[in-house]
Design a protein. Structure first.
Length: 118
């Protein structure tokens, strides 16, 4: 976990790409069940994460998704995407397109800096 407050927590998803997940502290299934305060906090964090990923990794695209079919707990995925990652332009859950040829800056440094920003 890289960040936590009374409303949400942010976890790292181990991957070849920079990827974090933002969860509500309350165990609720649908975004519509979130309070206005929770929704505001989720979008505040998404905004910071996206801008940080674009700046630090020079990402080609940032994907933001909320599914929750397998894990029925409100959460959002934020992923920095690159034309040379294994799945691009497919989603990370899609069909692998190639072996990754990515050479990216240090993830640990990024996650530490992100935690400090949040």
């Amino acid at each position: 976990m890289i960040y936590e407050n009374d409303l949400v927590f942010v976890e790292i998803e181990k991957s070849e790409i920079p990827w974090v997940k933002i969860f509500t502290q309350r165990k609720i299934k649908e975004f519509s069940e979130c309070t206005l305060e929770e929704k505001t906090e989720i979008f505040r964090i998404i905004d910071i994460v996206e801008k940080s990923m674009l700046r630090y990794f020079i990402a080609d695209k940032v994907n933001i998704a909320s599914f929750g079919n397998l894990l029925p707990h409100v959460h959002w995925h934020v992923m920095a995407r690159f034309e040379q990652d294994s799945y691009f332009p497919e989603p990370m859950w899609g069909k692998k397109q190639r072996e990754s040829q990515l050479v990216l800056p240090d993830f640990e440094v990024f996650f530490t800096q992100l935690g400090e920003q949040l």
